[in-house]
Design a protein around this ligand. Structure first.
Ligand code: DGY
Length: 416
């Protein structure tokens, strides 16, 4: 009988394209930024060298300004839209022109700490450290122009939580006029009922065309964007990565990079308090353009636990997860909410990568029992429903793409 870990390794190998891994065949045929960093954490369990390569490949496509793009289009594939000709970023190997949750600093430190080949780990970490630091610096320079310590996303795709309820209100400000006619490809690979709507796609595309008209000048995009949202989950990932990178830099004797990243983490952590909602008992997004918190208690506010939030906040987040009351945790939106949709992408379904980061953060904050419940629930889901992209939190039904890379990677981490 194939064990869970053998099954997970087979999926990671099947989706391996040599120096990068596709999230899943068909639906996502290129390299995605945070998928790759989390994938490396799975690969390290059976091929440490390959895990380093995954992150190395991603950073080989870092822009001069420091941004690491959300997609690298290594090979042409008509099965995905919007492809390189829509982005038109003018890169030698085409990439998108927006970024994704910066989990690389965290992944790098974890690979380094747990590596068995120490000389290789030291060489790899030394080479990647300044690149990740440059990405962090880029975030605060271009996405936090007011210097508040928190960065804004300019497109829902940057959050990774594409169609979260969080973006509904700020999306009302994004027009759809003038966009070029297009044909979606995602709905040919996955059930349209489980994917974002056309109204959302029109706005995703409007923003892409808007930034393209600015020649992808990342220094100008923030102020020119009608969509500027401070996502607590995204910021928690950045803050945690800054803190981990600071520790890694210390271990490698790079004291200036250590001090820089420690200061960014401390400032960000203090600023996270401005996203706390006593009414919801969790963190919320802030619409920077409108200057107000967004009344949407999504999983983005629970993912905040990934950085070193105060213990009382972690306890409140544990209580919120319990209050969801779903058979499988953690739902991406509370089932009690009118907008909850058990099967539609980020409006209800469970995602294993989010579970992994919440569990890790809660365990660090002294909520070990809650973390263990999330891990157990994640593995139950895999045993019952296989390695899907995401799952219905009530029935456990597998949804979206199948044989999914980062789901497999997280299983190897959960089993370790
Ligand atoms: C998609 O196309 O669904 C992606 O989430 C964008 O990165």
């Amino acid at each position: 009988m194939t064990t869970l870990s053998e099954h997970a390794i087979a999926i990671l190998r099947e989706n391996d394209r040599g120096s990068y891994t596709v999230p899943t065949k068909g639906l996502y045929p290129f390299q995605w930024n945070w998928d790759s960093c989390l994938t490396a954490l799975g690969q390290r369990h059976f091929d440490e060298a390959r895990a380093w390569t995954e992150i190395e490949t991603l950073f080989a496509h870092q822009w001069l300004c420091g941004m690491v793009p959300h997609i690298v289009f290594h090979q042409m594939d008509d099965g995905y839209f919007p492809g390189p000709t829509v982005w038109a970023t003018g890169r030698p190997v085409p990439t998108s022109g927006i970024t994704q949750p910066p989990v690389a600093g965290f992944a790098l430190k974890r690979l380094f700490d747990r590596a068995t080949d120490r000389p290789a780990a030291e060489a790899q970490a030394r080479a990647l450290l300044p690149k990740v630091a440059a990405w962090h610096r880029w975030f605060f320079a271009t996405r936090d122009p007011g210097g508040e310590g928190l960065v804004a996303i300019l497109h829902p795709w940057e959050s990774g939580r594409d169609n979260s309820v969080d973006w509904d209100a700020p999306f009302a400000r994004v027009p759809t006029d003038g966009i070029a006619p297009y044909t979606r490809r995602d709905t040919q690979h996955a059930n349209p009922e489980h994917r974002p709507t056309k109204a959302q796609y029109d706005r995703y595309l409007w923003l892409v065309e808007h930034f393209r008209a600015l020649d992808w000048d990342t220094a100008r995009m923030h102020d020119a964007s009608p969509f500027q949202v401070i996502d607590p989950g995204f910021n928690a990932i950045l803050i945690r990565s800054c803190a981990e990178l600071a520790d890694l830099a210390d271990a490698l004797g790079e004291t200036a990079l250590a001090a820089e990243n420690r200061a960014l983490a401390a400032k960000g952590l203090a600023a996270m308090e401005s996203l706390w909602s006593p009414e919801h008992g969790q963190y919320l997004c802030r619409d920077r353009a409108a200057g107000a918190l967004i009344d949407s208690p999504s999983v983005g506010g629970l993912l905040a636990a990934f950085c070193a939030i105060p213990p009382a906040r972690a306890e409140a987040i544990t209580a919120k997860i319990e209050a969801h009351g779903t058979r499988f945790r953690v739902a991406s939106h509370p089932p009690q909410s009118a907008e909850f949709d058990a099967k539609r992408y980020w409006r209800g379904p469970v995602w294993l990568v989010v579970n992994y980061m919440i569990a890790d953060g809660l365990a660090h904050a002294g909520q070990e029992a809650a973390a263990a419940r999330i891990t157990a629930s994640s593995l139950d889901l895999i045993r019952e429903s296989g390695f899907a992209e995401y799952y219905d939190p009530i029935t456990g039904e597998p949804l979206g793409g199948g044989r999914f890379t980062w789901t497999a990677a997280m299983v190897l981490e959960f089993l370790a």
